[in-house]
Write a protein that binds this ligand. Structure first.
Ligand code: GDP
Length: 315
């Protein structure tokens, strides 16, 4: 079994690559839920949905979110009625949010609903929310505290970020399947996907017990840098690093994860950073444009993990 920790877009790309180069039922993707929010009366889980749509082959590659075969009648009608339209929801996408909301209101857990919806969409890998308890990222910006989607979508990541807070993380319980997998002697590797460290990976690490369970796991931990040549492929990762007083680089991300990493995959473009990284570094093409890129990077990660596993076993 392979465990991947993921946010949305960057994480989902590698998760898809992994699911295509290994038996997909042996992959479990632990997904950040700190971006989740309630909107128009619906429970929305953006990162879970991105991973789900991506693994199901339904993702909208142009938009980077939502479904590819989408229509927008709901949004157009909402606009005509003077309703809220800053968070775009396609017609087909809304069906998923309505169904999830109904089932959560009936007392089902987010993980149970997610597992069932994934099964119905033909996904063979497991998609597991980091927790069934609510955790919400809030950002202190130069304009004051903002809820995550307020910052990310409504304000298009423009406000300067000074501090992040994962509300509810201290009281949240990691999903039992996640903790059990970490302790399982047959776990082959833990992959930290190329996701935003601050808003996608660190909320997972903030749940009590997760960090220690990762350190104690018999499996090696290998991350893929979300930063290539000082830049994020998409989204505010590099901008946030600068605002938080860090040098936006692959090395800085490795330092954030310092005590966790056994291995780290960085782009050929970042070769000069190898010396500053305290983990076994693998150079690769880490930009995933095509399906072949996703599969090749996934293979690189699995091969590197196999070497790390042997090393860890002889320690
Ligand atoms: P979000 O929750 O939708 O913001 O998604 P993630 O946190 O999973 O992904 C955002 C990060 O993915 C950004 O830091 C991007 O630089 C990174 N990313 C996106 N595509 C790629 C890619 O093809 N290769 C690498 N290495 N990183 C990527």
């Amino acid at each position: 079994m392979i465990l991947a920790l993921s946010g949305g877009v960057g994480g989902a790309k590698l998760a898809l690559g992994l699911a295509r180069v290994m038996p997909p039922e042996e992959l479990a993707v632990i997904v950040n839920t700190a971006d989740d929010f309630e909107h128009l009366g619906l429970s929305i889980s953006p990162d879970i949905d991105t991973v789900t749509y991506t693994l199901a082959g339904l993702a909208n590659r142009e938009l980077g979110w939502g479904r590819h075969d989408e229509t927008w009648s709901f949004m157009e009608t909402m606009e005509a009625l003077g309703g809220e339209t800053w968070f775009r929801l396609g017609d087909r996408d809304i069906a998923l949010h309505v169904e999830r909301t109904r089932r959560l209101n009936n007392g089902e857990t987010l993980s149970a609903v997610t597992a069932d919806l994934c099964r119905r969409l033909g996904i063979k890998s497991r998609v597991v929310p980091m927790s069934d308890d609510p955790v919400r990222t809030r950002l202190r910006t130069e304009e004051g505290w903002l809820d995550f989607q307020e910052y990310f979508v409504r304000r298009r990541c423009e406000p300067v970020v000074l501090e992040l807070l994962f509300q509810g993380a201290g009281a949240a319980r990691a999903h039992p399947e996640f903790l059990a997998a970490l302790a399982d002697p047959s776990l082959q590797a833990i992959v930290i996907c190329p996701s935003n460290p601050f808003i996608s990976v660190e909320p997972i690490l903030a749940i009590p017990g997760v960090r220690q369970a990762l350190i104690d796991s018999p499996a090696p931990i290998i991350a893929v840098s979300p930063i290539i040549a000082g830049q994020a492929v998409k989204g505010p990762t590099a901008k946030m690093m600068t605002e938080l007083g860090m040098d936006p680089s692959a090395g800085t991300v490795a330092h954030r994860y310092h005590d966790l990493l056994d291995g780290y995959v960085i782009d050929h473009a970042d070769m000069s950073e190898v010396v500053s990284i305290d983990a076994r570094v693998t150079l690769a093409q880490t930009l995933m444009r095509t399906m072949e890129d996703r599969e090749a990077l996934a293979r690189t990660v699995l091969d590197a993990a196999a070497v790390l596993r042997r090393r860890k076993a002889t320690r």
